[in-house]
Design a protein around this ligand. Structure first.
Ligand SMILES: [Zn+2]
Ligand SMILES: [Zn+2]
Length: 326
């Protein structure tokens, strides 16, 4: 989905934002665990609530309300999910010691529970809210064979959904998120290595981060945690370091005029970028939702030639035909 072009001024910010992360807040947020597994209780409901709040007065209001409906359907589907399989504790610890992500979709054989999640999402989503082509994509998925659905999931996870199946891929991505988030939540934290992950990809499933969040605590300027686009795990990652190539020099920041809580961290070395949200007490941030609501920043840094792996829900087509694949 490419947002309509609101050409706000892009400014280059200083590396340290003027947020309220002084020494006074030190220790207030004690938990700065290297890896935080997702908390299943209400995760998708919170995302839906945040998306609805962000939609108020937003130029992409209809799109954000649609994504909120999708997140609400994910919450319902999660509650009805049949039992699934998980790697054993020994396998998890071994993978982590070897620096591998234990539930990487490229190596971990997914079970059929994600298809139950998909059925639950398609059943519980607020259908009248869907644009006509999204309704057709939904109907096509309801009628699709297991083999077709597995092939769609393979293409999405492999990073290569066909352009004509973008609409179906949004529903598939939502279902895979439900299954992967539950798996991640059920892992035993003590099986995970306690050292700080050195990777910009999720240490649990290997997927790209959707955004980073800097919260008070630890050091004077707070820690950054990256948030996984698939399994909702978050992990600590050095600030001012490219999440794509690990370079620390030639990292600079862009922000939209008038916003100080959101920046794009741009790397001249690999021409990649990632978003960073700066949390303050009064401002709730849900990285996945806030990422979708700040598409204007993607557009602007994109025009400067920086790129990243997009939020999976940004696959939502911006043309009528785009929803009809599957
Ligand atoms: Zn993950
Ligand atoms: Zn880089």
């Amino acid at each position: 989905m490419v947002p309509p072009g609101s050409r706000q001024a892009l400014s280059t910010g200083s590396p340290v934002p003027p947020s309220a992360h002084g020494e006074g807040t030190l220790g207030e947020v004690a938990a700065s665990d290297p890896i935080r597994l997702p908390d299943l209780a209400g995760l998708f409901a919170r995302r839906a609530t945040r998306l609805r709040a962000l939609a108020e007065g937003h130029e992409l209001a209809a799109y954000l309300r649609l994504m909120a409906a999708l997140a609400a359907a994910q919450e319902a589907a999660l509650g009805d999910l049949p039992p699934g399989t998980l790697p054993g504790r020994h396998a998890v610890a071994k993978a982590r010691r070897g620096g591998r992500a234990p539930i990487d979709p490229a190596t971990w054989q997914r079970d059929p529970s994600w298809r139950a999640a998909l059925a639950g999402i398609l059943r519980s989503i607020d259908v009248p809210l869907l644009p006509e082509p999204a309704q057709r994509a939904r109907t096509a998925l309801l009628e699709a064979s297991d083999e077709t659905l597995e092939a769609l999931a393979d293409r999405f996870l492999g990073g290569a959904p066909a352009a004509h199946e973008a609409g179906a891929s949004v529903f598939v991505a939502a279902a895979l998120q439900v299954a992967w988030t539950r798996m991640a939540a059920l892992l035993e934290p003590e099986d995970l290595a306690s050292d700080e992950p050195e990777t910009g990809d999720c240490p649990i499933c290997g997927s790209p981060a959707v955004a980073g969040v800097v919260a008070p605590g630890g050091t004077r300027f707070g820690h950054r945690h990256l948030h996984c686009s698939l399994c909702a795990t978050s992990w600590r990652y050095v600030r001012s370091r490219c999440v794509h190539c690990g370079a620390t020099d030639k990292v600079s920041y862009r922000q939209l005029a008038g916003t100080s809580y959101l920046r794009a961290e741009c790397c001249e070395t690999c021409r990649g970028y990632s978003k960073v949200f700066f949390v303050e007490k009064a401002r709730p941030v849900e990285p996945f939702a806030d990422d979708l609501a700040s598409l204007t920043l993607d557009l602007l840094v994109g025009e400067e030639g920086f790129s990243r792996i997009a939020n999976p829900f940004m696959l939502a087509p911006d043309t009528e035909e785009g929803w009809d694949g599957g």
